[in-house]
Each structure stands twice: as structure tokens, then as C-alpha cells.
Design a protein around this ligand. Structure first.
Ligand code: C2E
Ligand code: CA
Ligand code: CA
Length: 798
């Protein structure tokens, strides 16, 4: 130690020693400022590291040589240029490597970094010493040499370790330690050297002289100072700019609706509030996360320098484990001089949901959620295609609700819709995996069934479907009942193409409807023709009023006791322009099915009332009311209007209804009946005996008349039961004070039998066939009400 001290004090120019120390401190300060800059992150790390290496290396070297200038051993000294340059290069390289290690994140890296740097200083120093040509022999004290190396490493390590925890302007502390490392090593090493003058050793001429060296070293030192100054100022400015810019950017970014994520490589550096909100994560938890943790399916193109113009749809994992659909755009960003990338993240859950809804709507029926007609058709096409190659049969079941229109008319469309939804659910649940259920429109549904032994398999499914509809539907607090008809066609047995298959199932359906409610029909080739005719007829009927093809015939009802005409029943007639006369038994059910009966019935009512109003004697007019017509809400108003319009006395109008009406919804039917009754019109029970014929109808509503169905009259002569029924109905009427009419009286025998049973009124071909009113001129114009009853019949009794 003493040796080192005396070496400094006695063998050095102290002024130059101070200069050396100053240069060293300046270089250290600059190096650590740069090091801190490297730690701040961003691009060009390597450039910064090289600069730090350069500054430190040249700093160490300058310190060394200024200190060497201060060394005056009173001998001629020169320096070898090549070795001097080698020592500079080594100083730059080794300290550069040291700085690189020093910037590694692990704390313990300070030791290897300090060791490398310390070794660098030592290497520089001792190679630098070999560059010295002096007129003497250099002898080293090895202990002091190792001491110098140890001091260099220890202070370097301490400086690096301290630097980790500090930033500008406090980097002066490690810089001071580093200065101690360099200067300490240098002067201790100088103390280790002793020069023994030897005149045999000559200083070569080409060696650089001390004067030249002084100029070079001062120039280099100035260069270092200039660089260091520029670096520090520039860095400060840049840092301030970056901070301001970051603040401005953050304000902007947070105002953005879209999520913004700044990434460096695959790592998230920062994110705006929108994104944090979307993920549900605080900002400090976000920083440093890998991109793949949040976007498991997203792979950003690392290579492309250009902005990727296309938005990519991907999935974002939220903090709570859920995920959402997002659209991601990648943009490059010049962030405080470093090239980062920004992910623009847009939550597209709503958009996707809307798109899915639209897609669903396009393919599904909005009301019931079942696949719609177009899905049905395309599925069937695909299925039939596959079935053809697999040689598997495919059945199509077309389903139509019976009298659904009546439900709509009576309960309103909301209830109708509710019923459709409920029916759809039951069909879907019943078909299960066995078939695809679709709603083709209105009250039409269809099922595709694949495989099985056909048509038995389809028949069984049809039965199950019908059964599923058996239970009442609770709609709007009411129990609605509905049945359905089903038509079945099978591929390839019945049809060769999907289009044909649908068409034939539809044909079968129409026959099922014609056969009555709740029926299943299978396609038969003959149906085709029959259906076409039916459809044609329905459309012909709709233009029949306008084309004047409809007329009303009247059939008299006669009082048995006196043979007087009491009234006429209006019966609709249709003379089709090509087909001739078509009976009401054919076209009335057709009109009921299509709903046209409402219009048709109104026409009959108005026309017949207008006619009856012209009759001289105030005879009764009976008009048939179809159940569909009857359930109209405004029926009473309509009748009232017709009566007012035509001037017909309400008491002369007799509305004939059938018991079927009372079976389905008795309360509602009775309410309507009571409303009609209030108008002053009469109500008759038509076709009695054909339905359930419950006597309770007569208890719940006071009918004005009951008409025994003509089938009983036809059979009463030969069939005891029929006669017994006729007798009991007549007895019932008498008991209730309600006149009884026998319909379809064709023979005198029947008439006599009815008279014997005490029947009140008769109607039938025996009296008169239904005919145009002109036929009954004598009755309605001449007031001869006894003109019709055959004399023989009346006389027979007397
Ligand atoms: P309905 O109300 O029972 O009418 C009586 C039917 O018996 C009429 O048949 C009539 O021509 C027929 N008839 C009368 N006397 C005899 C007879 O002695 N022997 C036989 N075999 N038949 C006789 P039509 O006119 O063919 O009408 C059939 C059914 O069509 C009617 O049965 C009625 O339910 C319905 N209908 C007819 N016109 C109308 C109408 O304007 N509106 C409604 N809703 N239904 C109507
Ligand atoms: Ca009738
Ligand atoms: Ca009848």
C-alpha cells in the first residue's frame, strides 16, 4: 500500500492524475447513463450496448494513458502504436460484453458482469503496459498485480449491482464506484511495477512520443466528453418527449372505444382502459402478459414490417375464464423511437350475435324456431341424395292442423300463434331424433324421416305425432284442442325426386283432410287427380258469386196437422259453368276448410233474407249456419245488419245449427247463441241424432225447433231402433214444448208413420224438392199456404 502511495505521490505528476480521474468519472457517468437507457427497453438495444462499450472502453484507455503521462520515472518513454490500438480494442470489446451481461435481468448477473468488466480493465491495463517502451527493465510484484485485478473486479461488481436499483440522475453513485474500479486498478498496478534502467534497451524511433500521445489522448477524452454530453442531453430529451407522448397517447388510447394493446414481440407492454375493461384485468396485471395467454388462437405475423390491413377474427380469453369474439388489427407504432406493435381489439360479440340471429331467421321460422321451408327443402334434397346412394328410404310427413283458421277467427291471432308454437314444440319433441321437423308456413308442418321399413315406420311416427296433439293446449288461460291431418309419401317407392316427394305427401295430406280430422293418409297415385280437382273446385267457388253461378233453392216445411206451409229452408246451389250442378255436400266442406264459408254464408243470408222479405205471407226462413261462420265474433252484428237492411222481421228468421258446435266449446257457443237470441231470431237444432245427441243441449239452451236427421226418417219404416229414436225425439220436443221437424220425408208411408208418432212438421221430397222461389209462386204470392201437401196424404189421416 505504501508502495502504491509513494508511487502516486513521487513518480506521478499530480495535476495529470486529477485530469485522468476526471476523464474516468466522465466516461463512467456516460456509460451508466447509457446502461440505464438500455434497461428502459425498446429497440436498438444492441446499438446502445455497443456505445456503452465504446464509451467505457475508450474511457478506461484514456484514463490509463493520461495517468501514464502523469507517470514520470525519469527515463525516455515511447509507446508502440499497434499494441496501444490493440489495448483500446480489447477494452471496448470486453467492457461491451460486460455491459451486455450487466443488463441481464437476474440479480446475480452483477457478479459475472463485474468480473468481466474488471478483467477487461486489467487486460487493457497490462496490454497497455506492454505497449510502453522504456529504457529499462520492468519488474512486477505479482501480489500487487493480483490485488489490482481484485480491486477492479470488486468495484466493477459493486457498481453494476448498484446500478440495477438506480436511475438518472442517481447513476453518479455507480459511476463513482466504476471510477474507483478503473483508477484503483491502474494506480495499484503502477505500484506493482518497478523499472530498472538498462542502457542496452533503446527506445525505438517509430514509437509515439509522449507529446503526440498527449494530443491524441486529450482529443479522445474530448471526444468522449462530447459523446457523453450529447448522449445524456439527447437521452433526457428523448425520455421527456417519450413521457409526454406516452401521456398524450394514453389519454387518446383511453378515450378510444376499441381496445388497444401495445406489444413488444409477443409480450404485452401496455393496454388502454377499453381493453382492460373487456378482459376484466387491472393494468398492472396486464403488463408483461404473453399475447397467447389472452389470444390463444391469434398468431401475429412477426416478420411483416408493413401493417396488416385485414382484421382477423379471433377469441379473447377474459380474466374470469369466459371468452368473447373479437376482431383484431395489427399496426406498427413508433413508440418513443422503438418499433412496437399495437393490437386494435374490437368486441364483436354483439355483431356476431346479430349476424347469427339474421342467419337463424333466414333459415328458421321466426315464430316457432323450427327450420323453415327453405331449410326443409335443402335438407330433403341432401338427405334424398344420400339416401339414393345408401339405398335407404326417406319418408316425408306433411302435417296440417284441422280447422286452425277457426282458432284464429275465434280466439284471435295471438292465440293462434301461441297454439302454433306449442304444436311445434310437441311435434319436435315427439319426432325427437327420428325426424327433422320444419314449419312450412301457416299451420303446415313437415317431418323428414330417414330409414326404417317404410311405410310402416312413417305410419307409426304419424300416429305418435297425432297422439302428441291429443292433450289440450293451455293458451292464454284457455284450453284449446286441435287435431291434425297427416299425409305421407315415401322415397323412392312413391316419388323419385325430393320435389315430387313433397308434392305427393301434400296430396296425401289433402286426402287425409277430406276424410276427416285426425287422419293419416299415404300417397296413392289416384290421389293426384282427385286433389287437383278439389283444388280447382275451391278456386272456382271463389269466383262463383261474381260469375253468377250460385243460387238459392227453397224447400218448404209443412205443418203436419193442417198441411200448411210454415216456412222455407234456404239451400245453396252451384251450377258450375263446365261441371254443371255441384251439391253443397261437396262444396260446403271445401269452403269450410278454406274459410271461404264465411263470405259464402253471408251472401246466402243476405240474399235469402232479401227474398223472404218480399213474400206476401210472413213465412219462416231457415238458413243453415256453418260452425265456422257461427264462431265469428261479429256474427250477431252482421245478422242484425242484414235484417235491418232487408227489412225482414227478426222473428221470421230461423238459424239452423248443428250440435257439433256445442261439443267443442259449449260455453262460448251458448254465449253466441244467447246474443243471437236477443236479436229476436229463432234457433233450430239441425241434423239431430247424428252426433252425440246429448239431451243436455236442450237444458243449456232453449232451441226453438229440433230437426230429426233424415237418416232416421229413411230407416224408420224398416228399422225399429230408428223408429224408436224418432219417437223419443218427438216425445222430447213435446215435453219441452219444442216443435220437431222430420227431414227427408220421401214417402207417404213415412209421412203416415210420423203423423202417428205425433210429429209436428215435415220437410222432404214428398212435399217438394228444393226449388227456385218462383216455383212456389202460389204460396209466396198467392198466399195459398196449403197448396203443397199432397191431398192423399192429408186425406189418409181423415
Ligand atoms: P241440411 O241442412 O240437412 O239440408 C237438407 C238436405 O236434405 C238438403 O240437401 C236437401 O236437398 C236434402 N233433402 C231434403 N229433402 C230430402 C228428401 O226427401 N230426401 C233426400 N234424400 N234429401 C232431401 P242439400 O241441399 O244437398 O244440402 C246438403 C247440406 O248442405 C245441408 O244439409 C246443409 O248442411 C248444407 N247446406 C246447404 N246449403 C247451405 C248453406 O247455405 N249454408 C250452409 N252452411 N250449409 C248449407
Ligand atoms: Ca238444414
Ligand atoms: Ca238437416
Amino acid at each position: 500500500m505504501l508502495r502504491v502511495y509513494s508511487c502516486i505521490v513521487h513518480e506521478h505528476d499530480l495535476g495529470l492524475v486529477v485530469v485522468a480521474g476526471f476523464i474516468c468519472l466522465l466516461a463512467s457517468l456516460t456509460s451508466f447513463a447509457i446502461l440505464e437507457r438500455v434497461r428502459m427497453g425498446g429497440a436498438r438495444k444492441l446499438t446502445w450496448l455497443l456505445l456503452a462499450g465504446f464509451v467505457a472502453g475508450t474511457g478506461i484507455w484514456s484514463t490509463h494513458f493520461v495517468a501514464m503521462l502523469a507517470y514520470q520515472p525519469n527515463l525516455p518513454i515511447g509507446y508502440d502504436l499497434n499494441r496501444t490500438l490493440l489495448s483500446v480494442a480489447i477494452a471496448i470489446l470486453i467492457t461491451g460484453a460486460g455491459w451486455f451481461v450487466a443488463t441481464r435481468p437476474a440479480r446475480w448477473m452483477a457478479l459475472p458482469a463485474g468480473t468481466i468488466i474488471g478483467a477487461g480493465i486489467a487486460t487493457m491495463h497490462y496490454i497497455g503496459m506492454t505497449a510502453m517502451n522504456v529504457g529499462g527493465r520492468l519488474v512486477w510484484d505479482e501480489t500487487i498485480v493480483w490485488m489490482s485485478v481484485a480491486v477492479g473486479i470488486a468495484f466493477s461488481t459493486a457498481a453494476v449491482a448498484m446500478e440495477r436499483r438506480l436511475s438518472l440522475p442517481f447513476t453518479w453513485r455507480p459511476a463513482l464506484l466504476f471510477t474507483l474500479a478503473i483508477c484503483g486498478l491502474h494506480f495499484i498496478a503502477m505500484g506493482a511495477a518497478s523499472i530498472y534502467p538498462d542502457p542496452r534497451i533503446a527506445v525505438p524511433d517509430e514509437a509515439i512520443s509522449s507529446a503526440t500521445l498527449a494530443v491524441i489522448v486529450v482529443a479522445v477524452a474530448l471526444l468522449i466528453m462530447t459523446i457523453s454530453f450529447a448522449v445524456v442531453v439527447l437521452d433526457r430529451q428523448l425520455a421527456r418527449n417519450a413521457a409526454e407522448e406516452a401521456h398524450r397517447l394514453r389519454t387518446f388510447a383511453n378515450a378510444a372505444v376499441e381496445g388497444l394493446v401495445v406489444i413488444d414481440g409477443e409480450r404485452i407492454i401496455d393496454a388502454n382502459l377499453s381493453f382492460l375493461g373487456l378482459v376484466g384485468m387491472p393494468s398492472d396485471a396486464m403488463a408483461g402478459k404473453g399475447l397467447a395467454e389472452l389470444f390463444p388462437e391469434f398468431k401475429p405475423q412477426t416478420s411483416s414490417a408493413a401493417n396488416d390491413p385485414a382484421a382477423i377474427e379471433t377469441r379473447l380469453l377474459r380474466a374470469d375464464g369466459s371468452s368473447c369474439d373479437v376482431e383484431v388489427l395489427l399496426r406498427h407504432l413508433d413508440w418513443g423511437g422503438s418499433d412496437l406493435r399495437v393490437l386494435v381489439v374490437r368486441d364483436i360479440t354483439d355483431r356476431k350475435e346479430a349476424a347469427a340471429r339474421i342467419a337463424h331467421l333466414a333459415f328458421h321460422d321466426a315464430l316457432t324456431g323450427l327450420p323453415n321451408r327453405s331449410v326443409f327443402a335443402s335438407s330433403l334434397a341432401a338427405i334424398a341424395d344420400k339416401a339414393a346412394s345408401d339405398a335407404e328410404p326417406v319418408a316425408v310427413l306433411c302435417i296440417n292442423l284441422d280447422r286452425f283458421k277457426a282458432v284464429n277467427d275465434i280466439y284471435g291471432h295471438a292465440a293462434g300463434d301461441g297454439l302454433l308454437v306449442a304444436v311445434a314444440q310437441r311435434l319436435h319433441a315427439t319426432a325427437g331424433d327420428a325426424g327433422l321437423v320444419a314449419r312450412l308456413g301457416g299451420d303446415e308442418f313437415a317431418v323428414i324421416q330417414i330409414g326404417g321399413t317404410q311405410p310402416g315406420h312413417a305410419g307409426a311416427l304419424a300416429e305418435r305425432l297425432l297422439n302428441s296433439l291429443d292433450r289440450a293446449f293451455a293458451i292464454d288461460g284457455q284450453d284449446l284442442r286441435i287435431s291434425a291431418s297427416i299425409g305421407v309419401a315415401v322415397f323412392p317407392a312413391d316419388a323419385q325426386t325430393p320435389t315430387e316427394l313433397i308434392k305427393y305427401a301434400d296430396l296425401a295430406l289433402h286426402r287425409a283432410k277430406a276424410e276427416g280430422r285426425g287422419t293419416v293418409c299415404f300417397y296413392e297415385a289416384a290421389m293426384d287427380q282427385a286433389l287437383r280437382e278439389r283444388r280447382q273446385l275451391d278456386s272456382d267457388l271463389r269466383r262463383a258469386i261474381a260469375d253468377d253461378e250460385l243460387s238459392i233453392h227453397y224447400q218448404p216445411m209443412v205443418d203436419l196437422e193442417h198441411g200448411r206451409v210454415l216456412g222455407f229452408e234456404a239451400l245453396l246451389r252451384w251450377r258450375h259453368r263446365q261441371l254443371g250442378d255441384i251439391g253443397p255436400a261437396t262444396f260446403i266442406p271445401l269452403a269450410e276448410e278454406s274459410g271461404y264459408i264465411v263470405e259464402l254464408g253471408a251472401w246466402v243470408l243476405r240474399k235469402a233474407c232479401a227474398e223472404a222479405a218480399q213474400w206476401k205471407p210472413p213465412l219462416k226462413l231457415s238458413v243453415n249456419l256453418s260452425p265456422i261462420q257461427f264462431m265469428q265474433d261479429d256474427l250477431a252484428q252482421e245478422i242484425e245488419a242484414v235484417l235491418a237492411e232487408t227489412g225482414l222481421e227478426p222473428s221470421r228468421l230461423d238459424l239452423e245449427i248443428t250440435e257439433g258446435l256445442l261439443i267443442k266449446e259449449p260455453e262460448r257457443a251458448i254465449a253466441i247463441l244467447q246474443r243471437l237470441k236477443k236479436l229476436g231470431v229463432q234457433i233450430s237444432m239441425d241434423d239431430f241424432g247424428t252426433g252425440y245427441s246429448s239431451l243436455s243441449y236442450f237444458r243449456t239452451f232453449p232451441f226453438d225447433k229440433v230437426k230429426i236427421d233424415q237418416s232416421f226418417i229413411r230407416d224408420m219404416i224398416d228399422n225399429k231402433q230408428a223408429r224408436a229414436i224418432v219417437r223419443s225425439v218427438i216425445g222430447l220436443g213435446r215435453g219441452l214444448g219444442m216443435p220437431v221437424v222430420a227431414e227427408g220425408v220421401e214417402t207417404a208411408e213415412q209421412l203416415d208413420a210420423l203423423r202417428l208418432e205425433g210429429c209436428d212438421q215435415v220437410q222432404g221430397y214428398l212435399i217438394s224438392r228444393p226449388s227456385p222461389i218462383s216455383y212456389f209462386e202460389r204460396v209466396v204470392i198467392d198466399r195459398d199456404v196449403t197448396a203443397l201437401l199432397p191431398a192423399r196424404s192429408i186425406n189418409a189421416r181423415k
